[in-house]
Design a protein around this ligand. Structure first.
Ligand code: TYD
Length: 337
């Protein structure tokens, strides 16, 4: 049996990846290490219980002893553990540097000592910064423009240095905007869907012209699996789609799909330093045989349906005081100071 450590495995993409591995790699034992901070939720793994192939450890990737315990006997490490919301990083940058950079430092040290065979650092298209035209290729310079993106770019560089200096077999994936089941409802699509379901306004930043390319979470998981199986250590792989959708259109599509009044779309002050476009050239991962299975219409429908049928999951989150105080700060008090 192989053993894989999935850090951040109770978060959004992490929990979907754990489910994917349990289903698609019958000979793999999965160890999840998760600090269960605000967006990590054991309920995300509820349907993965009942198998001896899954072990859960509650702990922080910055804690050396916990990391050693979790990584001992493991062949592969996939690091999803991170604070990931740009708007929160603007409100509180240092809380991003700690786990996203210093945490990766601890993981890499342990991986080197314990001679892990594959270390995959899950990164983001945001490391390229704003891309006004054309498509980012992996050899482009990293030019992050917000604290979250900078923390992820820093972590990549550190991981890359472990490959060059110590020969640690590091792989990096740079994912596009991922959506689907169990996404914490502060990111744009689940926020728009859950607000629409509650007949609350959908806050579109600025004039709504910023575009993102959306990727279904299961496609993101299959891409990571593909890179683990056939990626070349030392390389980064872009993972995305080319369905570019503006914030304005996304809000419109959600309202249309849920049959809610178009007037719920509301334009609010823009995000500071807003990257108006990310766009990935995915030729490198396509050459490994990966393709996204879902087009934009299908991923939107599936995601909307999941939130429609999982109201208790997101209602509990939206009722938490942490979510409510963030929402107040981010939306109700914005532009008023
Ligand atoms: P987000 O989900 O935060 O992802 P990213 O990390 O790519 O910024 O936001 C996606 C896009 O949606 C981005 O252009 C900002 C915009 N957006 C809104 O218009 N309103 C919102 O309330 C949020 C959270 C995002």
């Amino acid at each position: 049996m192989d053993a894989m450590l999935v850090t951040g495995g109770a978060g959004f993409i992490g929990s979907n990846f754990v489910r994917y591995v349990l289903n698609c790699r019958p000979d793999t034992q999965v160890v999840v290490l998760d600090a269960l901070t605000y967006a990590g939720n054991l309920a995300n793994l509820e349907d993965c219980g009942g198998t001896e192939r899954l072990r859960f450890i509650h702990g922080d990737i910055r804690d050396r002893d916990t990391v050693d315990d979790a990584m001992r006997g493991v062949d592969t490490v996939v690091n999803f553990a991170a604070e990931s919301h740009v708007d929160r990083s603007i409100l509180d940058p240092s809380s991003f540097i700690e786990p996203n950079y210093n945490g990766v430092c601890v993981l890499l040290e342990a991986a080197r000592r314990l001679e892990v065979q594959r270390f995959l650092q899950v990164s983001t298209d945001e490391v390229y910064g704003h891309v006004p035209a054309g498509f980012s290729v992996e050899s482009d310079a990293l030019a992050p423009r917000n604290p979250y993106a900078a923390s992820k770019a820093g972590a990549e560089l550190l991981a890359q240095s472990y490959y060059t200096t110590y020969g640690l077999p590091v792989l990096i994936t740079r994912g596009g905007n991922t959506v689907g089941p169990y996404q914490y409802p502060e990111k744009v699509l689940p926020l728009f869907i859950t607000n629409a379901l509650e007949y609350k306004p959908l806050p579109v930043y600025g004039d709504g012209s910023a575009v993102r390319s959306y990727l279904y979470v299961e496609d993101h998981c299959s891409a990571i699996d593909r890179v683990l199986r056939s990626g070349e250590p030392g390389n980064a792989y872009n993972v995305g789609t080319n369905y570019e959708v503006s914030g304005r259109d996304l809000a419109g599509r959600v309202l249309e799909t849920l049959d809610r009044p178009a007037a719920l779309r509301e334009f609010v002050p823009d995000r500071s330093g807003h990257d108006l476009r990310y766009a990935l050239d995915c030729g490198r991962i396509r050459a490994l045989g990966w393709r996204p299975a879902l087009d934009f219409d299908t991923l939107l429908d599936r995601t909307v349906q999941w939130y429609v049928t999982h109201r208790p999951w997101w209602r509990e989150i939206r009722n938490e005081s942490g979510f409510r105080s963030y929402y107040r700060k981010q939306y109700d008090e914005r532009g008023q100071s």
